[in-house]
Design a protein around this ligand. Structure first.
Ligand code: KIV
Length: 285
């Protein structure tokens, strides 16, 4: 089946003013649910390092792991645009290596890749990937792969100088070929200013309501990630409690022998049952 949501579709939504909806996802069954619910884009984010693999930061995840999760999501999502994160050090050493690794994610089923930052080197990567037919989503503001140089988990673009620098980077990323820009953890006004002064859609996460669309981490909105819920997350359900209740019920039912019941088992037909009874009788004599 041909992809319904392409970079062209995203462009069309942006031009028409329709807000673009995105969520992260790392597995087949969740991707199928997101796709069928009508999400525009799915990000196989390197946040999977924390959410799916239990690491403390995104730094630990590599290209081979990203490939596996991307394959699973691509199998589940027939309609949504799939963006895969390029993990830490998979695009930082040379443009050629970046192309090779981006190609691996496209072969795994991604329709585009996302890379963080906006310095001169990153611009050269965006340009090269775009030139060889790999659509790129850029990412500015708080960029988790730069956590150690940013000095931790901090809001970015909090003053005029930083905001102007971010805008200049955004404009250069657009010029280099990025078709969309994620803005993470920046003040409302900063995100609005950047959105108004570039011509590609901005997707906000902790960046207020004035961006062209929004993205959140799926496990955060479902209330499933136990370690931390950022201020900007809206929790739509409490899957952790729902799952805990279900699992406790299973444990109780097994322990008190109420699971499985007669409807939940396979039965021999009466002739075979009789034979087994006879055999069992003589066997136990
Ligand atoms: O990895 C991720 O989930 C992300 C989003 C937070 C934008 O990059």
């Amino acid at each position: 089946m041909a992809k319904v949501t392409t970079t062209e579709t995203i462009r069309r939504y942006y031009n028409s003013g329709k807000k673009i909806t995105m969520l992260t996802c790392y597995d087949y069954s969740s991707a199928k649910i997101l796709d069928e619910a009508g999400i525009d884009g799915i990000l196989v984010g390197d946040s999977l390092a924390m959410v799916a693999l239990g690491y403390e930061t995104t730094h630990k995840v590599g290209i081979e792991e990203m490939k596996i999760f991307t394959k699973a999501v691509a199998k589940g999502a027939q309609r949504a645009l799939i963006v895969a994160d390029m993990p830490f050090m998979s695009y930082h050493t040379s443009v050629e290596k970046a192309a090779k690794n981006a190609g691996k994610l496209i072969k795994a089923g991604a329709n585009a890749v996302k890379i963080e930052g906006g310095n001169e080197y990153i611009l050269s990567v965006v340009k090269h990937l775009t030139n060889i037919g790999i659509p790129v989503v850029a990412h500015l503001g708080f960029t988790p792969q730069f956590m150690n140089t940013l000095g931790g988990y901090k809001i970015q673009g909090k003053n005029i100088d930083k905001t102007v620098t971010m805008l200049q980077q955004a404009q250069k990323l657009e010029e280099a070929g990025a078709f969309m820009l994620v803005l993470e953890m920046v003040p409302d006004e900063t995100a609005e200013f950047i959105t108004k002064n570039i011509s590609i859609p901005t997707i906000g996460i902790g960046a207020g309501a004035k961006t062209s669309g929004q993205i959140l981490v799926l496990d955060d909105i479902l209330g499933k990630y136990p370690n931390f819920t950022p201020k900007f997350v809206r929790k739509y359900t409490d899957l952790s409690s729902i799952m805990t209740e279900a699992i406790k019920s299973f444990i109780k039912d097994v322990e008190d022998c109420s699971f499985p019941n007669d409807k939940e088992v396979f039965k021999l037909d009466s002739e075979e049952k009789e034979k087994l009874n006879d055999y069992s009788y003589s066997y136990n004599k």
